[in-house]
Write a protein that binds this ligand. Structure first.
Ligand code: SAM
Length: 283
């Protein structure tokens, strides 16, 4: 029987996914094609180069060594898998999207890495051997049954488990745009505080650290930004929407690194971690 924190989590995630589904039928993050169709764009934005300067990567490096085995849950194209692999014994990258893992495999080959194994499937369902460190970055807030997802992370880690997720929802930044087009605020999703509550309910005492992550979004042109934001705002692709969005974004985005970026230097994120078996010791 799920407790109040797991129930609240499920409600928040389900309501948000239902909102996306209503506006973008069959094209929300639960549709199998969603991540496949975004794999290339995601890989170019969340590249291996961006991982090296990320506070979560620095934390993972401190927690791992040459003999450490690692699982990256919901690896995407593998920004953390590929950056970490040269410094550890082995990394297993698990992702439900075949297109994301194709990019990860290709890049691993190009980098000459022989210690990366890609496993396609939902984390809750795949069968993978345990590893010293299990981590998951920007995935859990997409999963309605957080208790099952986190319990499996705990069960598959022999040393420590790490979760990485936003500590300041992108909705706060996008709210004026969302309101402009939809007339109301976006349904709020689950936060890192909810994740910590679900862990406590599982008998795990989480360690929570909030860090600042460089704001990465860069666009070559206003039109490229409008394409990206149209998707994030669940808007139809019509000439009117494109024109309106381009006008709004032209006023809002600022010049950055020879392109355009959001007017924020960093955004906060949370690193939540716990010792493996925390559940059996305290639960
Ligand atoms: C926002 S991306 C994060 C990718 C990567 N962890 C990063 O931080 O760059 C979310 C990824 O999680 C994957 N995903 C979503 N739900 C999953 C699940 N239940 N099991 C495995 N992968 C999942 C998606 O296919 C997608 O590649």
């Amino acid at each position: 029987m799920p407790g109040p924190a797991a129930t609240r989590w499920r409600k928040l995630v389900t309501a948000r996914l239902a909102e996306t589904e209503k506006l973008h039928p069959g094209r929300g993050p639960l549709a199998p094609a969603f991540w496949d169709s975004r794999a290339k764009r995601f890989a170019s934005r969340m590249s291996v180069a961006t991982a090296a300067g990320d506070p979560f990567y620095r934390r993972l490096r401190k927690a791992t060594g040459r003999r450490t085995t690692v699982i990256d849950v919901g690896s995407g194209p593998g920004r953390f898998t590929l950056t970490l692999a040269p410094h550890v014994a082995a990394v297993t990258a698990v992702d439900s999207s075949g297109a994301m893992l194709d990019i990860c495999r290709r890049q691993a080959r190009a980098m000459g890495l022989t210690n990366v194994t890609c496993v396609q499937g939902r984390w809750e369902e795949v069968d993978v051997p345990a590893a010293d460190v299990v981590f998951s970055s920007y995935v859990v807030t997409l999963v309605a049954d957080a208790a099952r997802f986190l319990t499996k992370m705990d069960a598959c880690a022999t040393e420590r488990a790490y979760l990485y997720l936003g500590a300041y929802t992108a909705d706060a930044i996008m709210d004026p745009l969302w309101r402009h087009f939809h007339g109301t605020s976006r349904k709020s999703g689950a936060t890192y505080l909810d994740a910590a509550d679900v862990l406590r309910e599982l008998g795990i005492e989480p360690e929570v650290e909030v860090v600042e992550v460089p704001a990465r979004a860069r666009f070559k042109t206003v039109a490229a930004a409008a394409k990206d934001y149209r998707d994030q705002l669940c808007l139809a692709d019509t000439p009117e929407v494109r024109k309106e969005l381009r006008g709004l974004l032209a006023d809002w985005l600022i010049p950055r690194d020879g392109g355009l970026g959001v007017p924020l230097k960093t955004v906060p994120a949370a690193i939540i971690s716990w010792p493996a078996g925390g559940r059996s010791r305290t639960g």
